[in-house]
Ligand binder design. Structure first.
Ligand SMILES: *Cc1c(COP(=O)(O)O)cnc(C)c1O
Length: 431
């Protein structure tokens, strides 16, 4: 008989693993209706933005040379403005990554003697050299005289409101920027929810009304009905080969926020006096907009897959983060494996579930911008795209693997199945 089980067999998965994952899936089905509801809301939100900005065939064309008056580029940025509810937006394929978008936002707005405070602990690994927290020959924020401080999240993974209040209430010179990383990144915590971000911004406004609140929104887009900019963030950045590119954008990043800040960021991106007026889109506006259109549905599938991953590996006896029942604010699922052979098997299992390069086996390597070796499973149509099924793990104690993505729920589920199958076949897990 032809059914999904015959296909799983064709793909070489052990029967025990399929049964195990399907039992876990049954137990999380109640979570799916909430995820579907958010996806439906965001689908309509994006559609409304496309309609309001009168997107038309002409916006899929592009200019050459300086790129003055590129209608498609301007319309794309207007759509982002509408979706994120901000005064202005930069959306460019020439922004090479999320790190680049965040770097532009930081270096565009911070000046000598400004103080920056991270309230979500140490920022994402690739920002350490940008800020000056790890040595490099590049000009860092600290090199130009920006001072940096950080406070940790509480043991429960929320904002340390008391610690923050003490700092901003008593600051002789107020912080120029307070920095929030919404997603876990490579750290053992859950994403900060919109409700938490709203509360912390309300507190900041009491004592530091002029401080720029900036949010690293990587992996957070369309997880909720609102985005950080809807609850008071002044500046926000993310990557187009994560959530908002919907798997279709080939490259790029976005920065959205208050008009005066976007003007500064744009001047940094191109040059003072030019700002947003120049810069080619190389024919990418159609895929950027179509990807945005697909994104709410893609994100919902990834979120269901992450929930399944948490349930399966909790059942198998591993510590997971976030927990199965927690409110999710990013698409990442972390699993603590405690040994290098298990994280490596996990990532190799994910790789073998990929539509592209399934026949290769990833190994740990020294990836630029990261401080320890990293193993990455990424058999994606768009290289490095982590809205597609992917997993990565820094090779360091306590050996945590980070699972994310899947352009469809079915594929994300298959990733969970293949990762478990890899561990199972190596005798690294008992089912
Ligand atoms: C991925 C990520 C980044 C960096 O984005 P790249 O596109 O990999 O440079 C920054 N912050 C967080 C939280 C991320 O998940």
């Amino acid at each position: 008989m032809l059914n999904k089980y015959s296909m799983y067999k064709t793909l070489g998965v052990s029967d025990q693993v399929i049964a195990y994952v399907e039992a876990a899936e049954k137990s999380i089905l109640p979570h799916f209706s909430n995820i579907d509801d958010i996806a439906e809301y965001n689908q309509l939100k994006v559609l409304n933005a496309l309609q309001q900005n009168k997107i038309s065939d002409i916006h899929f064309n592009w200019n050459t040379g300086y790129g003055y008056d590129d209608m498609g580029r301007d319309a794309t940025e207007n759509v982002y403005k509408t979706v994120f509810g901000t005064e202005d937006a930069i959306v460019r394929p020439i922004i090479v990554s999320g790190t680049h978008a965040l770097t532009l936002a930081l270096t565009g707005t911070l000046r000598p003697n400004d103080k920056m405070l991270s309230i979500t602990g140490r920022p994402y690994d690739t920002l350490e050299k940008v800020i000056g927290l790890s040595p490099s020959n590049a000009l860092s924020l600290m090199d130009i005289g920006v001072s940096y401080e950080e406070i940790q999240l509480t043991d429960e993974g929320g904002f340390d409101l008391e610690g923050l209040k003490a700092l901003i209430e008593n600051a002789e010179i107020q912080y120029k920027m307070i920095y929030i990383q919404r997603s876990a990144g490579y750290s053992w915590r859950r994403g900060l929810t919109i409700r938490e971000i709203k509360n912390v911004i309300a507190l900041i406004r009491l004592y530091a009304p002029d401080t720029i609140v900036m949010v690293d929104n990587c992996y957070g887009e369309f997880l909720d009905y609102q985005e950080p900019t809807d609850v008071g963030a002044d500046l926000m950045a993310g990557s187009l080969i994560k959530n908002p590119g919907g798997g279709l954008a080939l490259s790029g990043g976005y920065v959205v926020g208050k008009a005066y800040l976007i003007e500064q960021v744009a001047a940094r991106m191109t040059s003072p006096g030019i700002g947003k007026e120049c810069g080619l889109t190389f024919g990418q506006t159609r895929t950027i907009l179509q990807g945005l259109f697909m994104s709410p549905k893609v994100v919902s599938g990834a979120l269901k897959g992450a929930t399944l991953c948490s349930c399966v590996y909790e059942k198998a006896g591993y510590e997971i983060n976030p927990s199965v029942d927690s409110v999710r604010s990013d698409i990442i699922q972390a699993v603590k494996f405690g040994s290098p052979d298990k994280v490596i098997a996990f990532c190799q299992g994910i790789q073998s579930a990929s539509p592209v390069d399934a026949f290769v086996s990833p190994e740990p390597w020294d990836m630029p911008g990261y401080s320890s070796e990293v193993i990455m499973a990424a058999g994606a149509f768009v290289q490095g795209s982590s809205i597609e099924l992917s997993a990565d793990a820094p090779i360091r104690e306590p050996y945590i693997a980070y699972f994310q993505g899947g352009l469809t729920y079915e594929h994300s589920k298959f990733g969970v199945i293949k990762s478990l199958d890899a561990l199972y076949k190596k005798g690294l897990v008992q089912l």
